[in-house]
Design a protein around this ligand. Sequence first.
Ligand code: HEM
Ligand code: HEM
Length: 204
Amino acid sequence: MRENPRLRWHFGIRLLHWLTVIALAAQIAIAFGPMNGPGMATMNWLPLHMSIGVTILAIIVLRLCWRIFTQPPVRPTTRSVRFATAFFHVSLYVMILAVLITGWLGYRPKPFMPAARLFGNLPVPLAPSVGALSARAFAFVHEKLVWILLGFVGVHVLAALVHFLVLRDGVMRTMFFGRPDIASREEQAQLAVGDEAGCSRDRP
Ligand code: HEM
Ligand code: HEM
């Protein structure tokens, strides 16, 4: 039986979601780990930090484009829960984009640093000067925004865990891979019956 795509996020969205998680975790580990070290540590690690950041930007842009053409999983929820979920997910996208853009605006390689290149290959354009703020000021804002993003991600992960461990309502399963389990097959059957009867259900 073919999996009903409306029970899970589209495969591409799931793949890009977990790639975002992996890349963001690597970025945070480097930024708060070796890049935060003494002496020239920041300068030495900055090219890799920038390259991972540009990769995250590419993943997010691809994900947003893909999102326009995909339907979220079908779930029976109230209008207010649906709105709150959508609002929070949009906030996550806005925050991660804000971190990426301020990082780019704050990136100014020093004369002794290598030219800005993606993993040492493709040239990355440097940001133009914007308004009265210096690159140093944007880097400062960037570092502060990272903490806000981490707060948002923390709430998001907590909510996912509550769904998974307490509510056990299948929300976590919509982002997972692997074969659909028995419960989701039953849900598929219910959706198929709903479709045949011409019923419409709330979309989250
Ligand atoms: C989601 C992606 C990103 C995260 C989570 C992130 C995180 C961080 C963190 C935690 C710091 C502070 C490091 C420290 O205390 O030494 C930092 C600094 C910085 N980041 Fe990012 N960053 C991201 C993307 C980028 C991008 C795309 C660029 C550039 C194109 C960039 C450029 C910078 C710069 C210039 C600094 C300041 C380094 C300094 O102290 O001189 N970041 N970033
Ligand atoms: C271990 C960490 C994470 C877990 C367990 C997790 C889990 C989930 C789950 C279960 C959903 C589906 C929610 C629903 O259908 O209502 C979801 C959606 C989403 N997650 Fe995460 N997530 C994690 C990390 C992240 C990170 C780091 C970001 C980005 C900063 C993120 C951004 C999103 C967004 C934007 C959605 C909505 C789907 C979309 O529009 O692409 N998540 N996540």
